[in-house]
Design a protein around this ligand. Sequence first.
Ligand code: HEC
Length: 281
Amino acid sequence: MLRKAIALAALGLALVAGQAAAASGHPEEPKQPAWSFEGPMGKFDKAQLQRGYKVYREVCAACHAMHLVSFRNLGQKGGPFYDAEFRNPNDNPYVKALAADIQVPDIDSETGDTIQRAATPADRFPSPFANEAAARGSNGGALPPDLSVIAKARTGGPDYLYSLLSGYHTPPAGLEVPPGQFYNPYMPGDLTAFWKGKGHAPAGGFIAMPPPLADGKVTFDDGAKSTVDQQAKDVAAFLYWAAEPKMEERKEFGLGAMIYLLLFSIILWFSYRKIWKNVGH
Ligand code: HEC
């Protein structure tokens, strides 16, 4: 009897939990493209990182800063513009030119006035807005987050970023989209209150970021076709590199360490056999 009651209670709880989960509206599972940097031997695709930087610079940088990334990081080993001839990325002429294209705020050392000057490799990716209030003011009250480590800060990492950026589509009929918001099936959220259609509210949520990408928006120098899908994939890979710039070194070291440990275990096994050879046990 008691057992039956417990089982029933558990069933009831499971049902309630299940309903709560459905009501809170799961976002859609992110798409999972094959990334070159997956797996224990994965490496960044340099051409992809270069395209991704272009997408960030020409599209995303209009709203998002990356304060933890300096221009010189672009020329570091494993980075998009690494050149073995310039081991010190501060000397890399390409990196210098990329930096010089961007204006950063500074103080005039003689007059103390705030000025804008061309960036150097030592500067960080600046914010397009003077402060948080200005950023919110330009974005209908929403704050575009810093993208330095966003690939690590969001569940799903690059898969999520790629899916979010390429996943905007017209909202399903019956969904009331508030002004200044956009429907995205990959954005976590709860659409129940906005759903006037039949059945469950659709998966996904609202985001205050207008769809940033469009076919042909960025011209890729390497001839890759500039589709929304390609731009989203490349910028997601770039953001993953930015959040994990030492990934290649880490993986190389990890593999070396595993080989070392394996060899060491073999030697240890044979020395154990030798030392205990004449001892009965
Ligand atoms: C017109 C300004 C604008 C542009 C351009 C823009 N964003 Fe955003 N972005 C925003 C705003 C505003 C938010 C905050 C949205 C919110 O809080 O609902 C945001 C949020 C985000 C988020 C966080 C989503 C989450 O899970 O919370 C990511 C990731 C992002 N943007 C990436 C990008 C990338 C990559 C690009 C370039 C391809 C880009 N954005 C271009 C304004 C912009």
